[in-house]
Ligand binder design. Structure first.
Ligand code: G6P
Length: 367
């Protein structure tokens, strides 16, 4: 009912607006005296140093935050990381060795495949760590260690605030691992913590931009296909952008690694096709800009989500959304917001049941 939605039209919108608080609540208990302290991790420095591989296992959106984490664990902490969807991991007889850490990510903590993957990992002797939102859920109870995301109850089927808080748990873990393993300097850690603390206000600012995005979204209510492209972390986030749009608006959307586009999907780009490019990684700007040029020359309309200062993009993209400055590892949590708002407003304009999309369940507890 209306009261439960706190004046918002949908739970999804309400939950998007709860993100600054959810992110703050997830970060704050783990930041103390300028350090990352994850008490519930209960791992000694020696154990952290002896991690050989990280396997990240999850379903749906949670697996996309896992993709983000993969890039960060590898680049920041120099630990090889692999991502599997749980329904694949559990049936492929995964090779797990001593020193392998399996991270299961789940909002509900009850997803059947993720739970089965956790049991498989335990059976094979891996250390298991769950990033879970629902306290006392099956995955939280069975994993060796649990880091809770403090997003609070999420009602809308399409996840928003749980996704944001999963990113925070991953950022904290990566910093902790990197610090112990000596792959970042103390100064870099200080800077990252300062940037983490700024995220809630920055998310708030991006949410305040909703009217612009709504206007833009209204132009795409009749779209047939939308493509999301990016490289590295931005590719991982593109997958979430595409999933959000298809889940709630029923418009076909696909995410592509920007450099892979010309090996397939570009044949589907026609006059007026919307291509959403995410470019937050400075080292890859030029590469992705040339991909935008490729689709534009086939008639695409290009929307870009990029960082403040990358005004160069205006020469190529038709519509640009800037996110405020942050550490290169944390941009996903900001670029996410316009993608959520876009999907939401397209779905609203199409008259879709945003909170309860057809055929989808909030938590899939059967195989
Ligand atoms: C369902 C939901 C998705 C969610 C996935 C994993 O398919 O519709 O939004 O990402 O399950 O759920 P979990 O609770 O494990 O994060």
């Amino acid at each position: 009912n209306a009261a439960e939605k706190g004046g918002y039209e949908h739970f999804m919108l309400k939950e998007m607006y709860e993100q600054p608080k959810a992110v703050r609540d997830t970060l704050e208990p783990r930041l103390s005296n300028g350090k990352v302290v994850i008490e519930e991790l209960g791992m000694t420095d020696e154990e952290i140093r002896s991690i050989n591989n990280i396997h990240i296992v999850a379903c749906g959106s949670a697996s996309y935050t896992g993709m983000c984490a993969k890039y960060i664990f590898e680049e920041m902490a120099r630990i090889p990381a692999f991502v599997d969807v749980a329904s694949e991991f559990r049936y492929r007889n995964p090779i797990l060795r001593k020193g392998d850490l399996v991270i299961i990510i789940s909002q509900s903590g009850e997803t059947a495949d993720s739970l089965a993957a956790l049991r498989e990992a335990k059976e094979k002797g891996a250390m298991t760590l769950a990033i879970v939102n629902v306290v006392g859920s099956s995955i939280a109870r069975e994993a060796d260690k649990v880091i809770y995301t403090w997003a609070g109850p999420e009602i809308a089927v399409a996840t928003t605030k749980a996704f944001s808080t999963q990113l925070m748990a991953e950022y904290l873990l990566a910093i902790k691992f990197a610090e112990v393993r000596g792959t970042v300097s103390e100064e870099e850690v200080d800077d990252m913590i300062q940037d983490l603390k700024r995220l809630p206000d920055q998310i708030q600012m991006l949410l305040a931009n909703r009217n612009h995005i709504q206007k833009f979204a209204n132009r795409y209510i009749a779209a047939r296909d939308v493509f999301f492209i990016g490289r590295g972390l931005d590719y991982a986030l593109s997958m979430e952008g595409a999933l959000k749009l298809k889940e709630i608006s029923y418009i076909h959307a696909e995410a592509y690694a920007a450099g892979e586009l010309k090996h397939g999907t570009i044949s589907l780009v026609e006059d007026g096709t919307l291509v959403v490019a995410v470019l937050t990684q400075e080292a890859l700007f030029k590469k992705t800009i040339s991909n935008i040029q490729e689709v534009k020359s086939r008639g695409a309309f290009a929307m870009a989500v990029t960082v403040e200062g990358n005004t160069e993009i205006e020469k190529t993209a038709d519509y640009v959304i800037y996110i405020p400055e942050t550490n290169k590892y944390f941009t996903s949590s900001l670029a996410l917001i316009p993608l959520q708002l876009f999907a939401y407003y397209v779905a609203v304009a199409r008259g879709c049941d945003v909170d309860k999309p057809k055929n989808l369940a909030k938590s899939v507890t059967v195989e």
